[in-house]
Design a binder for this molecule. Structure first.
Ligand code: ZN
Length: 177
């Protein structure tokens, strides 16, 4: 995984880029939580579930089916989020999907089980440039931890900042015409 906060940056950048009207603050916050949610599966290690297991890390919670299904649970609360059901689902789906995509771009661990429960094959993206994050906070105080943070800044934070800025610029350009 990239660092869990880095996952949250994706929906936050898209939300800030599209603006409050399209993505109200509550929706953006839910997106940030959903983007981090799949890594709750690291708890599996505590129960002795192997990394490669369907319920292991980067398993079921990182699958496409989970990304499509989990946002459905939030649809009854669409009024709270102030958007239509379709927008609510789409934003949370993108947040979850971005998580597994970033994981698939990391340099280590096992790949992402996108096709569970139909196949337990683990996938990586064709390009793996994000240094895989260590488990545990103390590891960040080492050289390896610093390298991970720099790699995430370069490959996730910087591109997401640019995407957010482009969306914002496009919005203002549209307002002026
Ligand atoms: Zn993950």
């Amino acid at each position: 995984m990239p660092t869990v906060i880095t996952h949250a940056i994706v929906p936050i950048s898209i939300g800030l880029g599209l603006g409050r009207k399209a993505v109200p603050i509550r929706l953006m916050a839910a997106g940030a939580i959903f983007a981090m949610l799949p890594d709750a599966d690291v708890i599996a290690f505590k129960f002795g579930i192997a990394y490669s297991d369907a319920l292991g890390h980067r398993g079921a919670s990182h699958s496409l089916l989970f990304a499509a299904a989990a946002p459905l649970l939030m649809l009854p609360f669409k009024r709270f989020f102030g958007v239509s059901a379709v927008k609510l689902w789409a934003f949370l789906f993108v947040a979850l999907l971005s998580h597994s995509l970033l994981d698939a771009c990391t340099t280590g661990g096992l790949g992402v089980a996108w096709l569970l429960p139909f196949s337990d094959e683990r996938f990586f993206a064709p390009f793996q440039m994000i240094r895989v994050a260590p488990f545990g906070i103390s590891a960040y105080l080492t050289d390896r931890g610093v390298a991970v943070i720099l790699s995430e800044l370069l490959w996730v934070w910087l591109p997401m900042f640019c995407i957010g800025a482009i969306l914002r610029a496009a919005r203002y350009a549209k307002l002026k015409t």
